[in-house]
Design a protein around this ligand. Structure first.
Ligand code: ADP
Length: 604
């Protein structure tokens, strides 16, 4: 037989193609390679006295027929591919003839017969007669013991199994074929590796978009391990506080090694090798590296032995001059050795992952700042709350005593002083109330259970409440309320307070004869409240600070009017709690319009 599956013709009775691409453009191998191997096959067939010689090269888990010489070999056999495992089955039952393996027809594994091409050939008589189902093939292994090619011969010209002379020629031929096959495989493999390294880098780069380092590693670790033909990898990241954390990823899930045992050695080495742009590999055969103390190298090897790793590639990670961690790619055996291509690719990936670590660090720091600011904010809220409560108690007693004094008969000066004290107490009450309200509406933990609130009603209530003050100041107040649904979702008391602050400001900062207009409008999914006045107006510069706590205008005319600088802060916090926003439009000396946009409770 043409020995074994590499000459396999399709199992279909009509001999049609097996479905895998045959020779020509479908073949993995370029024309010169196939031609070269073709000549080799032809010459061995001739020299060793066989009609047929066939060469298969391995690609992945398959073998492909790249050269077939001899009469009766079907042309479509070229390019046929079969699983490598089929060959293994042959060799398991074979006699060993030097580099060659002989499987007599009566030992041929059942399943393989189906795959095999059997030459149309009538055997001679006698024990050493060649049978059409006999197999004679030489497996070609690389330096690491991996089956990379198979050559086979079939149909001896004398019809007999080869004698010592023929075997000697065949032995030589196996050696030549090995060199030729491995040479043919080399450029293909190199191209493959370059493709893989490029692809892996692309995956690592794409993964850099992930928000955390863990997610970056999740997205690329499998590709990295596969690209480097490693069994696993670990990544250690140095944190700003000097700590290091290590993440382990192995193809076969197993116990995570105790990396802390070796932390000292590897952290020291990472800093050293990042500075030098050096990627060392460690194994029993490779422990001499610049600046690596012997005891460190030995400790590392002991550790690797302990976790069943025979060889590692140690890749420092960093950005600029700063080393931020390291990546270790691990192989069980110290063969194959790491190639130059792998060293280069590893260094590139080290730079990419270094960026990811730097990003993660920055985000970590930003998150820490945000947390600190939140805490500070919380502290301020609590402080304001406490101070306001502490002020309120004595103020209650002051106002109660002022009430008692009213019962007394006082001199004219006494009456005047009492009235002044009452005014002061009322202002103080106002400030305390503002402080408490501000603390409550600023506190994200404060309960907020929204209900439907009709803003029309809120406007009418506030209008009624402020009208007296407006009239007293010679300011006329108008409301413009359209038909239709003006409901928002929120807290009625807060919305009332928000609008009251805006309207009272509008009145307060208007002059005699001015007009304050409060209008409502439905604008698609929002309800818009506008409070417009024709008063003092606000300078552009002041507008930028309006919503800062205790901010009061720089305009002396506005400063003359009483205020705490908390009213607009309360407005802003309430509006934000309701999912809306406040805008201001103002010109100094001409008037101001505050516009509040709130999400409507119902679709328009
Ligand atoms: P205040 O208690 O001082 O009124 P607010 O927080 O309510 O505090 O307002 C902050 C500052 O904004 C005020 O001091 C005032 O200068 C300015 N302001 C607010 N509303 C108006 C307005 N309608 N017209 C002019 N200035 C205003």
């Amino acid at each position: 037989m043409n020995g074994h599956p590499e000459v396999a013709r399709p199992a279909e009775p009509d001999g049609a193609s097996t479905g895998v691409p045959s020779s020509g453009p479908g073949s993995w191998w370029d024309l010169p390679t196939r031609q070269h191997l073709g000549v080799l096959a032809e010459s061995v067939a001739a020299l060793a006295g066989f009609e047929i010689a066939i060469i298969n090269l391995r690609r992945g888990d398959e073998m492909e027929v790249v050269a077939a010489s001899g009469p009766g070999v079907p042309a479509e056999m070229m390019g046929n591919r079969v699983p490598v495992s089929s060959f293994q089955a042959d060799f398991d039952v074979a006699d060993v003839w030097g580099a060659w393996r002989f499987v007599p027809h009566d030992r041929m594994p059942e399943g393989l017969l189906e795959l095999s091409h059997v030459p149309d050939y009538v055997p001679l008589e006698g024990e050493d007669a060649w049978h059409p189902l006999d197999l004679l093939a030489a497996p070609i292994y690389d330096d690491c013991g991996v089956l990379r090619a198979v050559v086979s011969v079939d149909v001896p010209k004398d019809g007999r199994r080869p004698g010592p002379l023929q075997l000697a020629v065949l032995e030589k031929y196996a050696g030549v074929a090995r060199t030729a096959a491995l040479l043919a495989l080399e450029p293909e493999e190199l191209a493959d590796r370059v493709r893989m390294a490029t692809e892996t880098r692309r995956i690592v780069r794409a993964a850099l978009g992930e928000p955390t380092l863990d997610q970056v590693l999740d997205a690329c670790r499998s590709a990295v391990v596969t690209c480097f033909d490693a069994v696993g990898m670990w990544v250690s990241v140095f944190h700003a506080d000097g700590d290091a954390t290590t993440a382990w990823y192995a193809r076969n899930e197993g116990a995570t090694p105790m990396f802390q045992e070796i932390d000292d050695v590897v952290i020291r080495s990472a800093h050293r090798y990042w500075a030098e742009g050096y990627v060392p590999d460690f194994s029993h055969g490779r422990m001499d590296h610049p600046h690596l103390p012997k005891e460190d190298a030995e400790a590392l090897l002991r550790f690797l032995d302990g976790i069943g790793i025979g060889s590692v590639l140690f890749v420092p990670l960093g950005v600029g001059t700063e080393c931020l961690g390291f990546l270790v790619l691990a192989r069980v055996s110290d063969t194959p050795q790491w190639t130059q291509l792998e060293f280069d690719a590893a260094l590139d990936i080290g730079h990419d992952l270094g960026l990811a670590v730097a990003n993660a660090r920055r985000l970590e720091q930003e998150r820490a700042v945000v947390t600190r600011l939140r805490k500070l904010d919380q502290y301020r809220i609590e402080l304001v709350n406490t101070v306001a409560h502490e002020l309120r108690n004595p103020l209650t007693s002051i106002t109660a005593n002022l009430e008692f004094l009213k019962e007394e008969t006082l001199s004219e000066d006494g009456v005047w002083s009492l009235a002044a004290a009452e005014r002061g107490a009322r202002r103080m009450e106002g400030v305390i109330d503002d402080l408490l309200t501000m603390a409550r509406v600023s506190d994200p933990r404060a309960p907020f259970t929204p209900v439907p609130v009709d803003l029309r009603q809120v406007v009418l209530d506030v209008d009624e409440e402020c009208r007296r003050t407006a009239v007293a100041g010679g300011v006329s107040a108008t409301t413009l309320i359209p038909e239709g649904d003006l409901t928002v979702s929120g807290r009625r008391d807060e919305l009332h307070r928000m609008l009251a602050n805006l309207v009272s400001n509008a009145v307060k900062y208007s002059d005699d004869g001015g007009t304050v207009t409060v209008s409502l409008e439905r604008d698609r999914a929002e309800v818009v409240v506008r409070v417009a006045d024709e008063g003092l107006g606000i300078s552009q510069e002041d507008q930028e600070n309006l919503f800062r706590e205790f901010f009061r205008s720089t305009n002396p005319e506005a400063l003359n009017r009483p205020g705490s600088g908390l009213g607009l802060v309360i407005v802003d916090r309430i509006v934000r709690r309701h999912g809306g926003r406040v805008e201001v439009d103002s010109k100094l000396g001409q008037g101001t319009t505050f516009m509040v946009r709130l999400p409507a409770a119902t679709a328009s």
